[in-house]
Design a protein. Structure first.
Length: 301
């Protein structure tokens, strides 16, 4: 699976540190801060927020130095920063596999799962469990992005390429979730961003799926790297930053009427409050939504 945009940004900052001509720690820190700001966009979009938040956690980690380290000669200090930066990057690269192993005990033989959208972290977890257990995976279309098709194709490729993969997958319309919910053992969601209170911002439809799951006493598991933690606290859907717009994909519709862009909603993400989430699986362990607030405080202090 490809690297996330956050990890790609972290790699670029590591290269900046290595190539920097700064002669003091303050100069280098200013260069790092300037690099992080380059990932901000004028609209303050959700995608920009996710990348900048991940870079900020990275910056906090590598510049959290002891007094003894700060007293070093700058050349030696720069080597320490590079070592910490590379260690952070490598740990973050392996985060998906760590999360997959955290979730594995909860995906039992013949489990029936509902997946919404295409999260690389969720995909890794499902593929990992399917190597040794038979799973039935139902994937929503996830309109308007239609990421469900991408998830299904990736899982089919995994199944075709490995005789050990024992997952059967089926695509379902978003509108069929309520009628099929009773047969699911759990719901798996990724997260574009994890908010300060342990909620998530994810593909639109995640909120209504989580509400339905709670009404029918089905656990909702979120799989996400701690790099997705962001310092935002939305009180409702109207407080979300703008997201990348998606044009509606009219799939298998019989001669749908032509509509102008102003007749189509551009909503592509929504906010799922923490009370609808059972557990969050991260590279730092399995947490409740409430525990994510404490984790965010640790990462930023």
């Amino acid at each position: 699976m490809n690297e996330s945009d956050v990890l790609s940004a972290v790699k670029e900052i590591i290269e900046l540190i290595r190539a920097s001509k700064a002669t003091t720690f303050q100069e280098l820190e200013d260069e790092i801060n300037g690099s992080v700001k380059l990932y901000e966009d004028e609209e303050g979009s959700m995608h920009s927020l996710a990348v900048v938040s991940g870079c900020e956690i990275f910056r906090q980690f590598i510049t959290r130095l002891t007094e003894q380290q700060l007293a070093m000669e700058f050349t030696s200090l720069k080597e320490v920063l590079c070592t910490r930066a590379v260690a952070f990057y490598e740990a973050s690269r392996s985060a998906r596999q760590v999360i997959a192993e955290q979730l594995y005990p909860f995906l039992r033989e013949n489990s029936c799962l509902l997946v919404h959208g295409f999260s690389r972290t969720v995909f890794t977890a499902v593929a990992h469990a399917a190597r040794t257990r038979r799973l039935r995976v139902y994937v929503t279309e996830a309109r308007p992005s239609c990421e469900g098709y991408k998830f299904l194709k990736a899982l089919q490729d995994e199944t075709d390429g490995s005789s050990a993969c024992a997952a059967t997958a089926q695509l379902i319309p978003d509108t069929a979730v309520a009628s099929l919910m009773p047969q699911f053992d759990c719901v798996l969601l990724g997260a574009g961003v994890v908010t300060e209170n342990g909620g998530i911002v994810n593909n639109v439809g995640s909120y209504q799926i989580a509400v339905l799951a709670k009404a029918l006493s089905k656990p909702v598991y979120v799989c996400t790297e701690t790099l997705k933690l962001a310092k935002i606290y939305p009180l409702d859907q109207s407080e979300l930053p703008p997201a990348k717009n998606h044009h509606f994909h009219l799939v298998k519709d019989n001669n749908p009427p032509a509509l102008s862009p102003e007749n189509l909603s551009d909503i592509s993400v929504d906010y799922t409050p923490p009370q609808y989430i059972t557990q969050i699986y991260t590279d730092l362990g399995i947490m409740t939504p409430a525990a994510m607030s404490d984790e965010l405080l640790k990462l930023y202090t």
